[in-house]
Design a protein around this ligand. Structure first.
Ligand code: UD1
Ligand code: CA
Length: 471
């Protein structure tokens, strides 16, 4: 089908330099949600109507299958759809969506297009009904009201609030704006729109009365949830829909068997995939693509972006796991690993199984072999660490010489004491030991003990300085 996405509106009430449809819900722009939903329809040919700062919107979607038309000036929703007519194929129906209504479910759109097709009888070709998505609102203020025909089965007209009589304003059934129309008839109706109304705009909603005049039935269906049709005009509404989107994610996770300490205190800004018996504590944020395998647990206030957490791993409180923006190289955390509390993993961190990374340990672009441990106050950057290595508290890989980054290699079964500096490039050979406080600036042969020459003296009778009395 043809899909026209209206996205030319100014979004004045957002008080933002960012075009309205680029504001994000669950980590993706509202327009991305709408386009992705439309793409799930069979053979959708999508045209996006842009206007104010439209180039910025267009640049955000390099997808070559999308077509873009500019509406300038913006003379109403009917005028907006008129800009797209050259792209609309008469042989298939046209679905109209709004770029600022991000959470419509695909099932609802399927139901609406089925209704448009069903409306056929023997006298008319299939797919020639106009189908409008409507909802009942306790407070319909601001919306177009649905005026039904006397038998209540079809729609007679949609009347905008500003044009409505007091009697019409009392109607609680409202127009969501989403509709499916037979395309050649739609083009005919669009040509007949006038702006002779309270707002001086070309209303798309006037096609309902024109369809009636042409004898085309206008049918309505309702979505399962009112939030599917809620649009965003302000930051307040954006925040409300964000909560709704998060509630939807949480419900899906719960339905899939994930334990959530509080479904109202988890945020998914991307895609989160969980195995069996995964538990997530309060206050966690998941960004990009995150996969958590069976039996793994996430402690409170953990932030994870682009990562794979293997079976049975435990991520403890306040840990930040940031795999960066490259979806192709997520952070890897091996099975049974324990990370945190207060650990920080940066892009390129790959922890083997049974690894422990403890508090105030930062790991960047480093591989840590199976069963190795760095439990306290350590920086591991550009390092390759073998299996069963123990890295003592306060150890630093000095990877940066002020101009270039260099690698540190620590082979299997090494024991590094506390407060050690490893001046890269350097290799610590298998099975060797590095004493506490050592600065390792040349390679350590396997199986040896590395120490710096340092002397400790004991000064007899030494007196601590004492404070001078104030003058
Ligand atoms: C419209 C409907 C109203 C419905 C309401 C649902 C009309 C005349 N009225 O009202 O019946 O209840 O939506 O929210 O259709 N847009 C353009 N170009 C324009 C004008 C609007 O692209 O010239 C886009 C906006 O960016 C927005 C959508 O169309 O995504 C709706 O525009 P908006 O101004 O919010 O419509 P309303 O007047 O609220
Ligand atoms: Ca609106």
């Amino acid at each position: 089908m043809n899909v026209v996405v209206l996205a030319a509106g100014m979004g004045k009430r957002m008080h933002s330099d960012l075009p309205k449809v680029l504001h994000r819900i669950a980590g993706r722009s509202m327009l991305a949600h709408v386009i992705d939903t439309a793409k799930a329809l069979p053979d959708a040919r999508i045209t996006v109507v842009i206007g104010h700062r439209g180039e910025r919107v267009r640049e955000a979607f390099p997808d070559p299958s999308l077509r873009w038309v500019t509406q300038e000036p913006q003379l109403g929703t009917g005028h907006a759809v008129q800009q797209a007519v050259a792209h609309l194929d008469d042989d298939v129906p046209t679905l109209v969506l709004y770029g600022d209504v991000p959470l419509t479910r695909i099932d609802t759109l399927r139901g609406l297009s089925e209704l448009a097709a069903e409306g056929s009888d023997s006298a008319r070709p299939a797919g020639s009904a106009l189908a409008v998505l409507t909802v009942m609102m306790n407070d319909p203020t601001g919306y177009g009201r649905i005026v039904r025909s006397p038998d209540g089965k079809t729609l007679a007209a949609i009347v905008e609030e500003k044009d409505a009589t007091a009697e019409q304003r009392a109607i609680r059934e409202i127009n969501t704006g989403i509709l499916v129309a037979p395309t050649s008839a739609l083009k005919r109706w669009l040509r007949r729109l006038s702006n002779n109304n309270a707002q001086g705009e070309y209303y798309l909603t006037d096609i309902v009365a024109l369809a009636n005049a042409d004898g085309v039935p206008v049918l309505a269906t309702q979505p399962s949830f009112v939030w599917e049709t809620i649009g965003v005009n302000s930051k307040g509404q954006l925040a409300e829909l964000e909560r709704q989107a998060q509630r939807n994610y949480a419900d899906a996770l719960l339905a899939a068997g994930v334990t959530l300490a509080d479904p109202a205190r988890v945020d998914v800004r991307g895609a989160l995939e969980c195995g069996r018996d995964v538990a997530i504590d309060v206050g966690c944020v998941f960004e990009g693509r995150v996969r958590i395998d069976d039996g793994a647990s996430i402690g409170p206030y953990v932030v994870i972006r682009n990562a794979h957490i293997a079976k049975g791993a435990r991520i403890e409180a306040f840990t930040h796991i940031d795999g960066g923006a490259d979806l192709a190289s997520p952070i890897e955390i091996g099975s049974g690993a324990i990370v945190g509390p207060y650990a920080r993993l940066r892009p390129g961190a790959r922890l083997g199984s049974g690894v422990h990374v403890g508090n105030f340990v930062e790991v960047k672009n480093s591989v840590v072999g199976n069963d190795s441990k760095a439990n306290h106050l350590t920086y591991l950057g550009d390092a390759t660490i073998g299996a069963r290595v123990n890295v003592g508290a306060g150890t630093i890989t000095c990877n940066y010489d002020g101009a270039n980054k260099h690698r540190t290699t620590i082979e299997d079964d090494v024991h590094i004491g506390s407060d050690v500096q490893l001046v890269a490039p350097v290799t610590v050979g298998a099975g060797s030991t590095v004493g506490a406080g050592t600065t390792v600036w040349k390679d350590v042969p396997p199986g040896t003990l590395a120490l710096n020459d340092k002397t400790q003296v004991a000064k007899d009778g030494w007196k601590r300085p004492v404070k001078k009395p104030k003058p």
